[in-house]
Design a protein around this ligand. Structure first.
Ligand code: ADP
Ligand code: ZN
Ligand code: MG
Length: 500
């Protein structure tokens, strides 16, 4: 879908978005209410026991580590930690949940009322989007259905279905945001920053493709100026940040077009099809489920003392906002650079490593390469920085080659492209391609003089005031030196000869 169409639609309409984010607490090692290991994959139904299979009579024992990690997540997102909380049973029939209820939390979740600030835009257009966090609660994950015979493992068209309980009982936190998000880009940045926060806390591997971080989006639209909320649809099945962004952009336009056509938005769950780039109705939410929540009778309620909460708070590491502030101060980075780097855990680590090699005084140059060339490369290839061939040492080296005058910035871009492709060190590429920049004044002076002699008309016109011809002379010198002349030296020489 064209990006401009979204911008067009958002002139008259406002989107309202709330996210529901499930994260498996993979750092716990064991399941929520039993001692089975938490690990992705494995031979189906090999990491199970009577508790996570939901066999009659099996008793749940809450995982203390999972509870502590939930409290940690709440503190990291400015939530209040409830002094009193408990688990509830949420009843529904689902084949991957043989107890026919999920142990979850209802009106007494562990964490409530937090927020995350999301930095948007750049320079004069920058603003902070304040996203409220309604709650974070702890529950158990379900097993996994595998549908055989249909398209893409979906139920539609399947001939039979299998169930794997390895995932059943994995500790899962659900974070619900207030409907505070207004654009797909805010949603994407919120989710990224949240993922970085969870990774920094070390509570989960947050692997979206393996499903340890799952983002569902609720979205509605209303005319600008309207204060009432429109009917929302829930979008599922987005397994990357790009998918989240694109699904929301599609859904907003779809809803607006539906209303403008005289129709209405139906409250339903929709499925994002990344291949077809569209959402489609999965199931109607017309009749809301009656989960018949009631307090889990096999577990006592929890009472968290102030000392316990403070003890967990002590364990908070440096979070993205604090890191951003430190980057701005210690490395003298502009706010935009500091934000982008600090909000991505891998980029932040890469940056600090590169600066350690290049020297603190070159921080901004390192940042320029990372936000420019490197980010463009990662976007184009759809990979994370850790998956790229480019290393912090390479960025440091390329910065040094330019700073030391060995190569020009233009040559540096070629070196970058080459090292991203081959994984060779910048110095080796420069050597191999004989790319050295010519900064030697004597050598360049001879060339400059030759060019001025060969173009007497241009020289005369320049001296009569056509200063724009400077570009022409520089170009001639560059041609002569096959782009290897140091542009600063060339400019200085030309200015001296022409003015003098
Ligand atoms: P439900 O009862 O359908 O689960 P909730 O009120 O619990 O709905 O909200 C679920 C999520 O949907 C939250 O993230 C909330 O911010 C968001 N949300 C609620 N109403 C709307 C709306 N009209 N438009 C967009 N998002 C909404
Ligand atoms: Zn088990
Ligand atoms: Mg709800």
């Amino acid at each position: 879908m064209a990006k401009d169409r979204l911008a067009e639609v958002l002139e008259e309409w406002e989107a309202v978005i709330g996210l529901e984010i499930h994260t498996e607490l993979t750092a716990t090692n064991t399941k929520m209410f039993c001692g089975c290991p938490v690990e992705f994959g494995g031979e189906p139904n090999t990491r199970v026991c009577p508790v996570c299979l939901g066999l009659p009579g099996a008793l749940p024992v809450p995982n203390e580590v999972a509870i502590e990690l939930t409290v940690l997540a709440g503190l990291a997102t400015e939530c209040e930690i409830a002094p009193r909380s408990q688990f509830h049973r949420k009843q529904y029939f689902y084949p991957d949940m043989p107890k026919d209820y999920q142990i979850s939390q209802y009106d007494l979740p562990f964490c409530q009322g937090g927020h995350i600030d999301v930095e948007m835009g750049e320079g004069d257009d920058s603003y902070t989007a304040h996203v409220g966090i309604t709650r974070i609660h702890l529950e158990e994950d379900t097993g996994k259905m595998v549908h055989v015979g249909g398209a893409e493992g979906r139920l539609a068209g399947a001939t039979h279905s299998l169930v794997d309980f390895n995932r059943a009982g994995t500790p899962l936190i659900e974070l619900v945001t207030e409907p505070d998000i207004r654009t797909p880009e805010v949603a994407r940045r919120f989710a990224r920053k949240l993922r970085t926060t969870w990774l920094t806390l070390g509570i989960s591997d947050c692997n979206m493709e393996e499903g340890s971080l799952r983002v569902d989006a609720n979205v509605s639209v209303r005319r600008r100026g309207e204060t009432e909320l429109g009917t929302k649809a829930e979008v599922k099945n987005m397994n990357s940040f790009k998918a989240l962004h694109d699904a929301l952009a599609f859904e907003i336009v779809r809803q607006v077009e539906e209303i403008e056509r005289g129709g209405r938005v139906v409250q339903e769950t929709r499925h994002w099809d990344a291949g077809a780039k569209r959402t489609s109705a999965l199931r109607s939410k017309e009749e809301a489920h009656d989960y018949r929540y009631f307090p889990e009778p096999d577990m006592a309620p929890f009472e968290f003392s102030q000392e316990y909460v403070e003890c967990v708070r002590e364990k908070l590491p440096e979070l993205p906002d604090a890191k951003k502030a430190r980057f701005a101060t210690d490395y003298a980075l502009p706010s935009h650079d500091a934000t982008v780097l600090a909000n991505d855990i891998e980029m932040a680590a890469f940056f600090e490593e590169a600066v350690a090699a290049a020297g603190v005084e070159r921080s901004k140059l390192v940042s320029n390469w990372m936000l420019g060339e490197l980010s463009a490369l990662l976007n184009a290839e759809g990979i994370a920085v850790g998956e790229s061939r480019v290393t912090p040492a390479m960025i440091a080296e390329i910065v040094e080659l330019v700073e030391g005058g060995t190569i020009s910035s233009k040559q540096a871009k070629e070196v970058f492209a080459e090292m991203a492709e081959s994984g060779d060190a910048p110095g080796a590429i420069v050597e191999l391609q004989g790319m050295k920049q010519v900064s030697d004044t004597g050598e360049l002076e001879t060339i400059v003089e030759r060019i001025l002699e060969a173009n007497p008309d241009e020289v005369a016109r320049y001296r009569e005031g056509k200063k724009g011809l400077m570009g022409f002379f520089v170009g001639q010198v560059m041609k002569e030196t096959r782009g290897q002349a140091n542009p600063q030296v060339v400019n200085d020489l030309l200015a001296r000869k022409l003015e003098g």
